[in-house]
Design a protein around this ligand. Structure first.
Ligand SMILES: NC(=O)c1ccc[n+]([C@@H]2O[C@H](COP(=O)([O-])OP(=O)(O)OC[C@H]3O[C@@H](n4cnc5c(N)ncnc54)[C@H](O)[C@@H]3O)[C@@H](O)[C@H]2O)c1
Length: 381
C-alpha cells in the first residue's frame, strides 16, 4: 500500500468490524449493520481499483466481514488474511463472482455472498438500450448534431435497422437474458432464438402466449426457437445479446470465427462480462464490416478498451453501467451487507435468492437470514 488509505467509520464502538472497500449507494445498508452492533469502516480512497495489498491493509488484524467489489481479485491471499483476522464472511456487491476464488474462500471457512434478484431488470434494460442505440445509430447521430453538422432532413441520414419482425438472439437465457428477451419481444415484436445449456420453459411459454395475444389482435404473432448450438443463433439472429456467466466455457465465446458466422448487418450487445468477447478480433471485424454494430457495457481489460475500438463509429461503448439504477445499486448494497451480517450472526440461508423483496422494504426490518451465499452447501450452512 503506497500511503495510508482514507477510511470513514460508523459506530466506532461496534463489536463486529465490517469493512467495505467502497462507499456504496444509500445509507440503509450502513444502518442495518450498525443497528446490529457492527462497526462499519468504508474505504473512501480515490483510487478506483484497489490492489491486493490495499485490501490486505483494510483487512488488518481484526475483521469479521468484508464487502468487496467485482474489480478486486479475491483469491487465497485475501481469504487467508481475512480468516487470520477472525473473519468468516465476504460478499461481492455484484451478482457475478468471477473475481472470487470460491474454493479458496471455502477452504478458509469464509462464506461468499452475491446479490441476485435486484439486477435483472436494470441490466436487461441497459442491454435493450444498447441494442436500440446500436441499431438506430443514436450515439453517432448525437455526436453529429452536437458538432453542428445537421443541415436539414435527408433521406439517407443515419439510416439504421428496424427491429420489428426481426429476430433477437439471446446467448445465456438465465435471469437477465430472459428479461432482455421479453423486453425485445414485447417492446419491438421481435422473434426469439436462444441458446442456453438449459431449456427456458418459462420464456418459451411467454412467447407462445404473447404470440397468441398478437394473433387474436390481428397482428403478426411472434415466435420462439431454442437453438441446438450457439452458431445457429449467430447465423439467424439480427440482434444478439450475450448474457452467460463468465467461466472457462464462455471465455472468448465470441471470436474471429463466430463473428464471421454472424450477419454482416447484425447488432451484437454485451452486458455480461468483457472476456466473453475476444475484443481484438471484434475491433478487426468492426473495421471490416461498417454495417455491423455493437453495444458494449463491458470490456476485456477494464478499464481499458482494445486499441482502435474508441475510434469506431459502429461501436456504442458505456463504462460498465448496466446495473446502475438507484434502486438496484441500493438493493445490491443492502443485500451485500446482509450477506455479511447474516453469516456473522449465524443466520440461516434465505430459501430463494431470487426473491429478495422482503430484504429491501425500507419500512420493516429485514428477515434474519443471509440473502444469497454461493458456497453455503460446501460450508454446510
Ligand atoms: N454488466 C453488468 O453490470 C452486469 C450486471 C449483472 C450481471 N452481469 C453478468 O451477467 C451474467 C448473467 O447474470 P444472470 O443473473 O442472468 O445469471 P444466470 O445464472 O441467471 O444466467 C446465466 C445463464 O447462462 C447460461 N450459460 C452458462 N454457460 C453457458 C454457455 N456456455 N452457453 C450458453 N449459456 C450458458 C446458464 O445456463 C444460465 O442460464 C452474470 O454472471 C454477470 O457476469 C453483468
Amino acid at each position: 500500500m503506497e500511503k495510508p488509505i482514507s477510511i470513514e467509520i460508523w459506530n466506532a464502538s461496534g463489536k463486529y468490524r465490517v469493512v467495505s472497500s467502497k462507499p456504496m449507494p444509500g445509507t440503509r445498508w450502513i444502518r442495518l449493520l450498525t443497528d446490529q452492533d457492527c462497526r462499519v469502516e468504508i474505504c473512501t480512497a480515490e483510487k478506483t481499483i484497489l490492489s491486493v495489498d490495499d485490501i490486505l491493509g483494510l483487512i488488518g488484524n481484526k475483521c469479521d466481514g468484508f464487502i468487496g467489489q467485482l474489480t478486486e481479485d479475491w483469491g487465497e491471499v485475501l481469504f487467508s488474511a481475512l480468516r487470520k483476522a477472525g473473519g468468516t464472511a465476504f460478499s461481492n456487491m455484484a451478482v457475478g463472482y468471477n473475481n472470487v476464488d470460491v474454493d479458496a474462500a471455502t477452504k478458509c471457512g469464509i462464506s461468499v455472498g452475491n446479490t441476485p434478484g435486484v439486477l435483472t431488470e436494470t441490466t436487461a434494460e441497459l442491454a435493450a438500450s444498447l441494442s436500440v442505440s446500436a441499431a438506430r445509430r443514436i450515439v453517432e447521430a448525437d455526436e453529429f448534431m452536437r458538432a453542428g453538422h445537421y443541415k436539414g432532413w435527408l433521406p439517407n441520414l443515419f439510416v439504421g435497422n428496424l427491429l420489428k419482425g426481426q429476430t433477437v438472439g439471446v446467448i445465456g437465457a438465465g435471469r437477465i437474458g430472459s428479461a432482455y428477451a421479453r423486453m425485445m419481444i414485447e417492446g419491438f415484436k421481435m422473434n426469439l432464438i436462444y441458446y442456453d445449456l438449459y431449456q427456458s420453459t418459462r420464456l418459451e411459454k411467454f412467447v407462445t402466449a404473447y404470440g397468441e395475444f398478437l394473433k387474436t389482435n390481428g397482428e403478426q404473432p411472434v415466435t420462439w426457437k431454442r437453438a441446438t448450438s450457439m452458431e445457429e443463433v449467430l447465423r439467424e439472429a439480427d440482434v444478439i445479446s450475450l448474457h452467460p456467466v463468465l467461466d472457462k466455457t464462455t471465455y472468448h465465446l465470441i471470436n474471429k470465427q463466430s463473428l464471421a458466422t454472424m450477419k454482416k448487418e447484425a447488432v451484437l450487445v454485451n452486458a455480461s462480462r468483457g472476456p466473453v468477447i475476444d475484443e481484438a478480433a471484434l475491433v478487426e471485424h468492426l473495421k471490416a464490416n461498417p454495417m455491423f454494430r455493437v453495444g458494449l457495457d463491458v470490456f476485456e481489460d477494464e478499464p481499458f478498451m482494445k486499441p482502435g475500438l474508441a475510434d469506431l463509429k459502429n461501436a456504442v461503448v458505456v463504462p460498465h453501467i448496466a446495473s446502475a439504477s438507484k434502486w438496484t445499486r441500493e438493493g445490491m448494497a443492502t443485500l451485500a451487507a446482509l450477506n455479511v451480517l447474516g453469516r456473522i450472526k449465524k443466520f440461516p440461508i434465505w430459501s430463494d435468492s431470487n426473491r429478495v423483496e422482503s430484504f429491501l422494504d425500507e419500512n420493516s426490518s429485514p428477515p434474519s437470514a443471509c440473502p444469497s451465499i454461493v458456497n453455503s452447501k460446501q460450508l454446510g450452512i
